[in-house]
Design a protein around this ligand. Structure first.
Ligand code: ZN
Length: 138
């Protein structure tokens, strides 16, 4: 068995895609939480900038969400956002604004005809693709 495998449950994966698709043409973002590298809950955040290139969420909103997640005994495993017009590669700002190397970065890109979802580890100003698997929805 592969150690440290990153798993996103199908339901949360679909909810993430729906959130990003519904939010077009703007950039959407949110938090994927769970336990032991397995995502089992999703926390959609509102992009207060209504931009297709950047997002901004107030500090209060983030703190409330982080508190709620830990109250439920879960960890923040990844932060996701969409790239409505660019490839699924972290931008310079994505990297410098990334809050914590233990949290993964997921990008949902609409640049190409086929939707692309990529996951990355971010540390020391560098990104590295992190494969993930999606559990089937029952
Ligand atoms: Zn980005």
């Amino acid at each position: 068995m592969e150690e440290n495998k990153f798993i996103i449950h199908g339901i949360q994966y679909d909810m993430m895609i729906d959130h990003c698709s519904l939010y077009l043409p703007y950039e959407a973002c949110g938090i994927l939480a769970g336990r032991n590298n397995e995502v089992d809950s999703i926390w959609k955040l509102e992009n207060e900038l209504k931009s297709d290139r950047r997002f901004f969420i107030s500090k209060n909103k983030i703190e409330d969400t982080v508190r709620e997640i830990s109250k439920q005994g879960k960890d923040i495993l990844a932060i996701y956002h969409s790239h409505p017009t660019t490839t699924p590669v972290p931008s310079y700002l994505d990297i410098v604004n990334h809050p914590d190397p233990s949290v993964k970065l997921v990008i949902v890109s609409y640049k190409l005809n086929v939707l692309k979802v990529k996951c990355y580890d971010i540390s020391n100003g560098l990104y590295k693709e992190r494969p993930f698997s999606i559990t089937p929805t029952h």
